[in-house]
Design a protein around this ligand. Structure first.
Ligand SMILES: NC(=O)c1ccc[n+]([C@@H]2O[C@H](COP(=O)([O-])OP(=O)(O)OC[C@H]3O[C@@H](n4cnc5c(N)ncnc54)[C@H](OP(=O)(O)O)[C@@H]3O)[C@@H](O)[C@H]2O)c1
Length: 270
């Protein structure tokens, strides 16, 4: 168990930093004294986040990159490590979700989702690992999801990508501990971000829509977990009880999930 002891003078790479959780995590890390590299595809949005960080007295650099393309990640990582000079923290946050039934999910997007949500994290870890190993120290935060613990209708492929991230993170935590590199896996429930478009919201049950938390509250909880040296965290924490519920009474859990999620899907049998 190895928590991040301090932030000042250290560096972080945050993927998916143009909006939502990534942008807010980058702001909170910069406020604590870290120099942050902001990674995503939309350069104008990244510049805006960077300008806000600099205006608040922080330090940020912008790194345009498509994490779903290996060559793009490798190019971006090389340039970023050169500019930062050292790397203490990698936050693998970039990802996307589109609610919809598996039968209607185009195969091209299924492939793309695996490239962005899974391989994007794998490639970034591979790219920073040699530098972290040389220093014998580093922290990696991987964004999974509650859907990376519990299968969800209408999010079959997304849940599969996040199960992959949960498995990758848990396994790497064992392998990397002896190298001085700590891996934290984060399981958000529902955080209010651009991911929840009107189309996505229309396919969510009312009870889930009432559970949204704000990105600043969510990110503060992630940083507390990082400082504590946790290996995984579910935010909000009480959602973690559903994992136990699923384990102890799987039939009841399945019926409750079906009752909650299926009635809002008009295209279930069409
Ligand atoms: N919000 C939630 O409730 C929730 C719940 C569970 C898990 N999560 C996870 O948390 C992470 C952040 O999600 P969010 O809610 O903050 O969503 P968001 O506001 O939509 O942000 C997603 C970020 O990922 C970036 N991104 C997407 N595809 C990319 C690509 N191919 N290359 C580079 N960057 C890419 C986007 O930037 P560009 O479009 O500029 O590239 C954006 O910065 C995701 O991994 C998501 O699965 C979120």
């Amino acid at each position: 168990m190895k928590g991040l002891p301090d932030y000042a003078g250290r560096t972080a790479i945050v993927t998916g930093a143009s909006t939502g959780i990534g942008a807010e995590l980058a702001r909170q890390l910069a406020r604590r004294g870290m120099r942050v590299a902001l990674v995503a595809r939309r350069e104008a949005e990244l510049e805006q986040v960077a300008a806000g960080i600099r205006a608040a007295g922080g330090d940020a650099i912008v790194v345009p990159c498509d994490v779903g393309e290996r060559a793009s990640v490798e190019r971006a990582a090389e340039g970023t490590l050169g500019r930062l000079g050292r790397i203490d923290l990698l936050v693998n946050n970039a990802g996307y979700n589109t609610h919809g039934l598996f039968k209607d999910h185009p195969v091209d997007d299924i492939e793309r989702m695996f490239r962005v949500n899974v391989l994007g994290q794998v490639w970034w870890i591979k790219a920073v690992l040699p530098a972290m190993r040389r220093r014998g120290e580093g922290w990696i935060v991987n964004l999974s999801s509650v859907a990376g613990k519990l299968g969800q209708p209408d999010e079959a492929v997304y849940a599969s990508t996040k199960f992959a991230i949960s498995g990758l993170s848990e396994s790497l935590a064992y392998e990397f501990d002896p190298l001085g590199i700590h891996v934290l896996c984060v399981h958000p429930a529902v955080v209010r971000t651009e991911m929840f478009t009107p189309e996505v919201l229309a396919r969510m049950p009312e009870v889930a829509k009432r559970a949204f938390i704000e990105p600043d509250v969510f990110c503060a909880a992630v940083l507390r977990a990082l400082e504590r040296g946790d290996y995984e965290v579910t935010v909000p924490r009480h959602v973690g009880f559903s994992y136990v519920f699923r384990l102890l009474v799987p039939g009841m859990f399945r019926r409750a999930t079906a009752r909650m999620r299926l009635p809002v899907l008009p295209d279930l049998t069409t």
